[in-house]
Design a protein around this ligand. Structure first.
Ligand SMILES: O=C(O)CCC(=O)C(=O)O
Ligand SMILES: [Fe+2]
Length: 276
């Protein structure tokens, strides 16, 4: 980990209106969640890791696991970025970000940071510039009893044609819809989704803008049709009193968590002390 000083990160508070929008729709856009100068510094650091064009040291997708191969086509990732770079660690573990997460979960609980990524969706002429298949965040969630939330922060401008995120607004109310990465399953849900949800247009973001979605929100993107990489930070947060379910998962395997015990582990640090 680098020990360079990081100056000037500011995370604003979510408004009550944004909290209500989130409950109604399952996602919310948070313009200017972090200050532009911090976003610019994070982007500089991201480029140090992945190169100016995002392609430095890029390795071909080789994993045999079907799900992994699929998700690896969505973007390039450095995880956990909080252990690779001090500025990303400050962002990932920001108390203000944690307080926002608690308000969006609907309860002033303590909050833990879990998975945290630097991601870069490359132009679509590469292996990691494809569209993100529409999905719920089921695999990230099944090991945890409580809901999880992803905070997705743009480090650079994201235009609609860059593989900007789209949401099926309201889909969080439909519960767990199964393996949506299986095209037949997603297709079979289409009539219900058309009836109950509104699919958003791709959400444009300025550097420092964010979207937040719950694990049950169906989300995905088109391919990155531009020649610019799409840079973002994605952090996954959950209430600190969440228990481990015992499910086999990439997020928890090897940590020796006990099923139905609180996920109290250095890999899941508490970043915000709530009041309940
Ligand atoms: O960045 C993307 O294209 C998808 C991100 C995603 O699936 C998530 O944050 O849960
Ligand atoms: Fe996702």
């Amino acid at each position: 980990m680098t020990v360079e000083a990081v100056e000037g990160l500011a995370v604003r508070s979510v408004t009550q209106e944004e909290v209500e929008f989130f409950f109604e729709n399952g996602w919310v856009k948070l313009p200017g969640l972090i200050n532009r100068s911090a976003a610019a510094e994070l982007l500089r650091r991201a480029k140090r890791i992945f190169g100016e064009d995002g392609r430095a040291g890029l390795e071909p997708i080789s994993d045999k696991a079907v799900l992994k191969v699929k998700t690896q086509g969505w973007f390039r990732t450095a995880v956990p970025i909080s252990e690779k770079d001090e500025a990303f660690r400050e962002l990932a573990s920001s108390e203000d970000l944690g307080r926002n997460a608690a308000r969006l979960f609907g309860r002033d609980s303590s909050i833990r940071l879990t998975l945290n990524n630097l991601t870069c969706k490359l132009p679509a002429d590469t292996e990691r510039g494809k569209g993100t298949d529409f999905h719920q965040d089921t695999t990230q969630h099944m090991a945890f009893e409580a809901n999880t939330m992803n905070i997705w922060i743009a480090l650079d401008e994201v235009t609609p044609d860059m593989g900007a995120m789209q949401f099926y607004s309201g889909s969080h109310k439909l519960g767990n819809l199964g393996d949506l990465l299986n095209p037949a399953t997603l297709e079979s849900w289409e009539p219900r989704l058309a009836h109950s949800c509104t699919k958003t247009d791709p959400i444009s973001l300025q550097p420092g803008d964010a979207t937040v979605h719950t694990n049950l929100m169906i989300h995905g993107t088109g391919p990155n049709l531009t020649n610019r990489p799409r840079w973002s930070y994605i952090g996954m947060y959950l209430p600190a009193d969440t228990r481990y379910t015992g499910a086999d998962s990439f997020y928890t395997n090897g940590l020796e968590l006990k099923p139905w015990s609180v996920i109290d582990h250095p890999s899941f640090p508490v970043i915000y002390e709530g009041n309940v």
